[in-house]
Design a protein around this ligand. Structure first.
Ligand code: FES
Length: 107
C-alpha cells in the first residue's frame, strides 16, 4: 500500500481532463469525468500499455487503449470490450488542502 500522492490542485484537473502520477511502482491515471474524480491503474490489462495515452469518452465514462482498442469503465475499472477481459485496478481519490490525492490501496 502506498502513501497518498499529490496529483494536482483541484482547479488544474477540469472535466474531461486526465493526469498521471506514480504511487511507488504504480502508475495511476486520475480522470475528471464531468466533475467526479476517478483513479485507475494506468496499465492496460491486455498488454500493459499506458491507458493515459487514450481518449476519455465522458459520455460513456470510459477510456480507450490506443494499442489494440480495449475500453475500460473509469468508474469501476471493468473491461468493456476485447481484447481486454480483466478489470484495471481502481484506486481511491480524495480532495484535501485544495489538492487532489490518490494512492495504491492494495496490500
Ligand atoms: S495493450 Fe491495451 S488493448 Fe492491447
Amino acid at each position: 500500500m502506498s502513501d497518498w500522492v499529490f496529483v494536482c490542485a483541484t482547479g488544474q484537473l477540469l472535466p474531461g481532463e486526465k493526469a498521471v502520477v506514480w504511487a511507488d511502482e504504480t502508475p495511476i491515471l486520475v480522470v475528471n469525468l464531468d466533475g467526479e474524480l476517478y483513479a485507475v491503474e494506468d496499465r492496460c490489462t491486455h498488454d500493459e500499455y499506458e491507458l493515459s495515452s487514450g481518449e476519455v469518452d465522458v459520455a460513456e465514462g470510459s477510456i480507450a487503449c490506443i494499442l489494440h482498442g480495449a475500453r475500460f469503465d473509469l468508474r469501476d475499472g471493468r473491461a468493456l470490450c476485447a481484447p481486454a477481459y480483466d478489470p484495471v485496478a481502481k484506486f481511491p481519490v480524495k480532495i484535501e488542502h485544495g489538492g487532489i490525492w490518490t494512492r495504491d490501496d492494495r496490500e
